[in-house]
Design a binder for this molecule. Structure first.
Ligand code: UDP
Length: 475
């Protein structure tokens, strides 16, 4: 309905694909419920955003990213995708502090009723206060990773162990979650401004009006309750945002320009058995050394399952040889494997009935997209809160099998994960009794996810609570 057309919400996602995409999906949820929505971003992020918006009635307001003179970054570096090296990343994060003034100009022009900004813009709370509007945090996570992050930060269990590999239990959290120091987000912090920014980012959940979680109640009731009642945060769950209403064309358009035509993908999947194909993708930022790619290729082949494998490496040009592939791999595989070099229409692929398993780095978006598609998953966390999400899939909802990565070190120059480990994990999620049980649980969760966003569902209703809260504030 259009009962909320008097409300205007401004969205300000962090400049990274894994933050921008769910934020647009979230804006779409608001627009579908009759609210006016505007996305604020910088010029070079507009193509990705307008593609993802498709035909939806979401406005874009652009602000200027500071110049190379101001940032010390190369020209054109406006998305964290182009700032992956640690020194660049620090400069990139510090540059975002300069977006405050331009954002406030937009607030002055647009007079929104609320601003939904990423946790990485902690200063947005002050900007909002200046204009007397509430600031809400959205950075695309669910309650489980939010709870673990908050408990680790509050109780510092990592300070009580003697080595990086000694396990500790996350205190005051249901489920006896064990972690090691090697599984905590590792970000270089030797820069004062940068570490202060991180510190304030972590606080922004507490200091803002509330938090929107990309989740649904039935997925993680213990943690939804814990976050609100024990940690005392105001929060709404409006997800999974990837299930927001949009037509099939818009589904294929979500994110960057794809390296493969959506129809071509569907055609390839057409003659495959239901639940037989493995989809392998490690999010928007991960690249692997050749030695690791080779092991993945061999593991996929040994599993005997057909696969779609997304590789973020090399160019898109057709004559670019896949030199890191094992010898004769392509001839042996023939139609059994599809390698996509670049950006894949992930949600469209996952939703196809032929897909039966997902090898994922456990970014929260991918995790939730796998849940929505009802898929058992092989978990291969890389960094950040992905180790928490992997635990969630294997230990809490029990639809994941670890490939055996226990530390982020392994992903940056340690020994590659071997073919045998990959093959073993794949077999566990694809064939046999354990696989069937996981698939059954995953499909049930997928159905619950769809019910949650339908009229009367838990996320649908929580949207109403949020609107009610916002209205009571403006009175
Ligand atoms: N994605 C995609 N195609 C790709 C890679 C990623 O559509 O080839 C999408 C994926 O569906 C998800 C997002 O990009 O919505 C990645 O977010 P996630 O939190 O999983 O990982 P991140 O990229 O932030 O590490």
């Amino acid at each position: 309905g259009n009962e909320n057309h008097d409300l205007h919400i401004l969205f300000f996602p962090f400049l990274a694909n894994g933050h921008i995409i769910p934020c647009i999906d979230l804006a779409r949820v608001f627009v579908n419920r009759g609210t006016k929505a505007t996305i604020v971003t910088t010029n070079l992020n507009v193509p990705l955003i307008s593609r993802t918006i498709g035909k939806a009635n979401i406005n874009i307001k652009t602000i200027r990213f500071p110049s190379p003179d101001e940032t010390g970054l190369p020209e054109g570096c406006e998305n964290s995708e182009s700032a992956l090296a640690p020194d660049k990343f620090i400069k990139f994060m510090k540059s975002t502090l300069l977006l405050r003034e331009p954002l406030e100009q937009v607030l002055e022009q647009e007079h929104p009723h609320c601003i939904v900004a990423d946790m990485f813009f902690p200063w947005a709370t002050h900007s909002a206060a200046k204009f007397n509007i509430p600031r809400i945090v959205f950075h695309g996570l669910g309650f489980f990773p939010l709870c673990v992050l908050a408990c680790v930060r509050q109780y510092k269990p990592q300070d009580k162990v003697s080595s990086y590999s000694e396990p500790f239990v996350v205190p005051n959290l249901p489920g006896d979650i064990t972690l090691t120091k090697m599984q905590l987000p590792q970000i270089p912090q030797h820069d004062k401004v940068f570490s202060q920014l991180l510190e304030e980012s972590n606080d922004s959940e507490v200091k803002s009006y509330g938090v929107i979680a990309n989740s649904f109640y039935e997925l993680e009731p213990l943690y939804a309750d814990h976050y609100r009642n024990e940690l005392g945060r105001r929060a709404w769950h409006l997800g999974p945002v990837s299930l927001c209403k949009r037509d099939s064309e818009e589904k294929a358009l979500r994110g960057r320009e794809t390296a493969i035509d959506g129809h071509e993908c569907l055609k390839w999947l057409e003659n495959k058995e239901p639940d037989s194909v493995v989809y392998v993708c490690f999010g928007s930022m991960t690249t692997f050394p050749d030695a690791q790619l080779k092991e993945i290729a061999l593991g996929l082949e040994a599993s005997g399952q057909p696969f779609i494998w997304v590789v973020k490496k090399g160019s898109k040009s057709e004559d670019d040889k896949l030199e890191w592939l094992p010898e004769g791999f392509e001839d042996r595989i023939e139609d059994k494997g599809l390698i996509i070099r670049g950006w894949a229409p992930q949600v469209m692929i996952l939703d196809h009935e032929a897909i039966g398993g997902f090898v994922t780095h456990c970014g929260w978006n991918s995790t939730l997209e796998g849940v929505c598609a009802g898929l058992p998953m092989v978990t291969w966390p890389m960094y950040g809160e992905q180790f928490y999400n992997a635990k969630f899939l294997s230990d809490i909802v029990k639809i994941g099998v670890g490939v055996g990565v226990e530390t982020w070190i392994g992903n940056i120059g340690g020994e590659p994960v071997k073919k045998d480990a990959i093959e073993k994990a794949l077999k566990r999620v694809m064939v046999g009794e354990e696989a069937e049980e996981m698939r059954k649980r995953a499909k049930e969760l997928g159905q619950k996810a769809r019910r949650a966003v339908e009229e009367g569902g838990s996320s649908y209703n929580d949207f109403d609570s949020l609107i009610e809260d916002l209205r009571s504030l403006s009175h």
